[in-house]
Design a protein around this ligand. Structure first.
Ligand SMILES: [Zn+2]
Ligand SMILES: [Zn+2]
Length: 240
């Protein structure tokens, strides 16, 4: 009986969902599990190539000092991202963040499943929004991704450990150095004693936000803090 109800609800939901891929508008065949993003669009997402910097996950030649994470504060030990922030991956981020298509997070989580930090008994910690921004948007996109990862991996989801106490101005126009100053003190963490934590976010740009969140969690007793993001922006470190 319960199974039947569940199937009926699934059928109703399928009927309510758009029949076309959110990113390319092509019809999505039923066999693709009611995905909002078609297989073809997902195949176009370009994985971040290895080798990468052991700490920040930026593609690098081995042996060279990393220019991206050398200025990070103590705390965040490893970050990995699934794909480059470009083309339809950028569209997916936009659909989740601004258009409210929360089930896009399913496709993102699927792309993130194999990232190295998601092993062992780690807990997932979505990067929180400030209270005002969360109220305005009605949801936190990082929490949607973390929750989709939780369903797929069985890892604990902890939304009670980290708080964004200060809204930060949009980071896009800032240099890497001023980004660190911009997010310093933006997070406050509750007792995280003896926990192995993995922060979850949609996009990695310079890592300043993740590094600040990681530092706050380490100060609250976490054993280790790592992070995973769906996408990674291509950053020009020379500013040219
Ligand atoms: Zn598509
Ligand atoms: Zn690095």
């Amino acid at each position: 009986m319960r199974g039947t109800l569940k199937e009926t609800l699934a059928a109703v939901e399928r009927w309510l969902l758009p029949a076309a891929c959110l990113l390319c508008n092509e019809p999505v065949p039923v066999r693709q599990n009611d995905a909002l993003v078609c297989d073809l669009c997902r195949l176009r997402w370009r994985p971040v190539p290895h080798p990468v910097c052991e700490r920040c996950g930026q593609p690098s030649s081995r042996g060279l000092e990393c220019r991206l994470c050398s200025t990070w504060p103590f705390g965040l030990s490893r970050v990995r991202s699934a794909v480059w922030l470009e083309d339809s991956a950028r569209d997916a981020v936009h659909q989740l963040k601004y258009e409210g298509w929360s089930r896009v997070a399913d496709s993102m989580a699927e792309a993130m499943r194999g990232l190295e930090p998601l092993t062992g008994r780690v807990c997932l910690v979505p990067v929180p929004l400030g209270a005002r921004r969360q109220r305005k948007r009605g949801y936190n996109q990082s929490e949607r991704i973390a929750s989709a990862l939780h369903v797929r991996t069985g890892l604990d989801l902890r939304t009670d450990l980290l708080l964004r106490v200060r809204e930060t101005q949009t980071q896009t126009a800032l240099t890497p150095e001023s980004r660190h100053a911009n997010v310093m003190g933006a997070f406050s963490a509750f007792d995280s004693s003896d926990l192995d934590l993995v922060l979850v976010d949609d996009v990695f740009t310079t890592g300043a936000t993740l590094a600040a969140a990681g530092a706050a969690l380490m100060e609250s007793g976490a054993t280790r803090v790592e992070a995973v993001t769906f996408a990674r922006a291509v950053v020009d470190l020379d500013g040219s």
